[in-house]
Design a protein around this ligand. Sequence first.
Ligand code: ATP
Length: 325
Amino acid sequence: LTRLLGPLQALSNVRIDIMTALVSFDRVFEVLDLPSPIQEKPGAVALPASSSRLEFRDVHFSYPRAEDVSLASLEGLARTESRDNGEVLHGVSFVAEPGQMIALVGPSGAGKSTMTHLVARLYDVDSGAVLVGGEDVRDVQLESLEAVVGYVTQDAHMFHDTIRANLVYARPDAGEADVWKALEAAHVADLVRSLPDGLDTVVGDRGYRLSGGERQRLAIARLLLKAPAVVVLDEATAHLDSESEAAVQRALDSALEGRTSLVIAHRLSTVRNADQILVLEQGQVVERGTHTELIVAGGLYADLHRTQFLGAEREVATEGVTATG
Ligand code: ATP
């Protein structure tokens, strides 16, 4: 507990882990017996479940300093007002119309993950606004925002519990048929069927050891059960072999179909399919457009495409050759 009270990094990681599991934002603070620095404002409106337009309007953001967060929490302040001068996002704007996919690319530290955190309102902006379904996320009931935004991070977390329990966290009223439908769509049903205890197999820290790809596909099944209108996704590929990677990709395709998504892209197929690619550098959008437009423009994206995306694709191809001998 003491360890968690300290650095913001620790607090935010716990929060994101919990988010990944699609459990209440605030539960971690309940567990810590602290008021969450993110508070629901009196008279907050319920965001309709179908809200699917996503907008960043001139968003400026810097992470609150660790000591301010601990202090704010301990003193019961609604939120920390004090920010250091290390602004991480400097006026980011974009619109994702319902059903569109926005891909975020850019060098490490450019602010991609930070943008995904703001959609889920893990932090509040310094100025500007993040809008979901036309509503400023600071004006809506937290629970309704959670229901609208599904978040899958690279390192999908499973609780030490049965597969069934891990999945229905997202939708407690889900029946057996719904669960299997989600597992099928996430390309992980065969695995679950092959386990001696099926859906009742205990996974997590001390349970059945899932591979990275299996964990991710289960997280996607959980997302499909929840069926949020907006999906925020940090695409993970690095630690997957090519077979898992293909299965995860198919699972993601089902998860993103018909939903608005903001994806931190690591794969060529994602950037090619995106309705708009935002190229982020040092907290600013320096280029935007479709894959073809940006290749033609010959700027930073064209460089990244050569080094990162084509490189990743070659790696997968090589792994495939090795795997099949
Ligand atoms: P990567 O591709 O390496 O994941 P990114 O583009 O996602 O990078 P961010 O993780 O959003 O970049 O980081 C943007 C900046 O914000 C970096 O300078 C980073 O050090 C800083 N940062 C990220 N998380 C926190 C945090 N919890 N507290 C303080 N600063 C942070």
